[in-house]
Design a protein around this ligand. Structure first.
Ligand SMILES: [Zn+2]
Length: 488
């Protein structure tokens, strides 16, 4: 197309520079304004929302005179039917006028403005994600459009709307065919959420206050609670039985009847202390039930129950005396008693109390006394239970206190479904100092192990030696083992 130039009256091709010179001659519809740069013209319809202004429709013409149209911030396809009679390049002012008129008069798809849908999308982060690609990119099917203060075809102003990602933006009706058919998806999503809410309300873990529930829902919630309670009781039952069968030990007949009588005597107190269905109560009752059986010879006693029985009995000192005299638990010699009375609190690693004792023992004596041998041995242990290693008889327990802590620990361990629980030490490595000149001996450190190898032993022994040497006790180079030494 040629254009008449004002100056020399010769026909010229409409160029970008010509457009720059004459653009102000174009009459824009009301509410439209022009923004021009060295490379582009933008004819925009601007809406004022409070302090912010937003561009609703925009026609852009580039240096190459090709045009683009944006509606609500999104590109409109040039192939859209409303552009059927408009060439893709601005060949004269008439094309530009036509384009601006078409865009300013067309109806923008309203999307879905229903508050219930908006609320649904807001609860899902403002968009509906169809799927995620392998590279974690979202495939969004619909989104909430920001406030554009837009007017629907019926004149209603809407502030936010839900558009599908393939929204046609321009529509003959109130909304485009894509957004119109997407309403069904939104409806089904909404009804699915409503039914989920309904289920949530009657679930036992629901946080919905009871006063918001109707009679039927209240009844269902109560039924569910009852079911859950029964299931939990069954699980707890199984846990208790498993613990007893896994860790239980057999005791001799006289000890068995003593434990039984302790349980009978203290049953009332335990019932008072622990509520029905509590782990402690179930544990206690399970053992008592078996103890009461006519044939309880093959009964396994869980170490914690045995300790519990002893704890109950030890609470009264007169009972303790009677117990000791009856010989029901063998605490045979003063030495054993001393070992388990925790005069020096046993703790893994170097025992500093023992070290202090050792220093006071050798202090002021001749140098010969200060030479000691360090012995080590590994002993097999079973969860705080102490056996006479010659007769296999139950002697006592390393620790009788904190029975409630132990029960709580046992309950926690019993609830670990996936594993056997924390790895327990099966052996104790003991390091003992024996004087070479006189006859005293002391165990200076112990370390719980599951199997002690040479590379474990090495740092432990050198660490102990360094402690001893610092305490002015000379360790003789020869390190011997106890009888039945560790192979490593
Ligand atoms: Zn649409």
């Amino acid at each position: 197309m040629f254009w008449e130039s004002d100056d020399n009256r010769e026909p010229v091709l409409l160029s970008f520079s010509y457009l720059q010179q004459h653009v102000n001659n174009i009459t824009l519809p009301s509410g439209w304004s022009l923004l021009s740069s060295a490379t582009e013209f933008r004819f925009s319809q601007v809406e004022f929302i409070g302090d912010v202004s937003k561009i609703v429709r925009c026609v852009m013409v580039g240096e190459d005179l090709n045009w683009r149209v944006k509606v609500h911030g999104r590109d409109l396809l040039n192939s859209h039917y409303i552009f059927n009679n408009i060439p893709p390049t601005v060949t004269d002012f008439e094309v530009l006028n036509k384009l601006i008129t078409v865009i300013s008069q067309c109806n923008i798809c309203m999307g879905n403005t229903d508050p219930s849908f908006i609320e649904l999308l807001l609860s899902r982060g403002g968009e509906i994600v169809k799927a995620f690609s392998f590279s974690c990119e979202k495939d969004v099917s619909a989104y909430i459009e920001e406030d554009l203060h837009a007017k629907a075809k019926d004149g209603k102003v809407y502030h936010s709307t839900i558009r599908t990602t393939d929204c046609l933006l321009i529509a003959d009706k109130i909304r485009c065919t894509k957004c119109s058919s997407y309403r069904n998806n939104l409806r089904s999503l909404l009804s699915r959420r409503k039914s989920q809410d309904q289920v949530c309300k009657i679930q036992t873990g629901s946080r919905v206050n009871l006063r918001y529930l109707d009679k039927v829902q209240l009844k269902e919630r109560a039924v569910n609670l009852q079911k859950e309670k029964i299931a939990l009781k069954r699980t707890l039952d199984r846990t208790v039985k498993r613990l007893i069968s896994d860790d239980g030990v057999f005791v001799e007949k006289s000890l068995q009847s003593d434990f039984k009588s302790i349980m009978e005597d203290n049953c009332g107190e335990v019932i008072k202390c622990f509520p029905e269905d509590s782990f402690q109560r179930l544990f206690w009752e399970e053992q008592l039930k078996h103890a009461r059986c006519a044939d309880s010879r093959q009964m396994r006693w869980h170490p914690t129950i045995i300790r519990w029985c002893l704890f109950l009995r030890f609470k009264s000192s007169t009972a303790y005396e009677a117990l000791k005299n009856s010989g029901f638990v063998k605490l045979p010699s003063q030495r054993t008693l001393r070992d388990y009375s925790n005069y020096i609190k046993p703790e893994p690693g170097i025992n500093h109390h023992v070290l202090k004792e050792l220093v006071s023992e050798v202090n002021g004596k001749t140098n010969a006394v200060k030479y000691v041998a360090l012995l080590h041995d590994e002993l097999k242990i079973k969860q705080d239970l102490v056996y006479d290693k010659y007769t296999g008889e139950l002697v006592g327990f390393i620790n009788l206190g904190h029975i409630n802590n132990e029960l709580a620990k046992l309950e926690k361990y019993g609830n670990c479904k996936n594993t056997k629980g924390p790895e327990l030490a099966s052996h104790i490595l003991v390091l003992m100092v024996r004087d070479l000149a006189s006859n005293f001996q002391m165990s200076v450190s112990y370390h719980p192990t599951d199997s002690c190898r040479a590379d474990h032993l090495f740092p432990i022994i050198w660490n102990t030696i360094s402690y001893l040497e610092v305490s002015c006790v000379m360790v003789h180079p020869g390190i011997g083992n106890f009888i039945g030494c560790t192979e490593s």
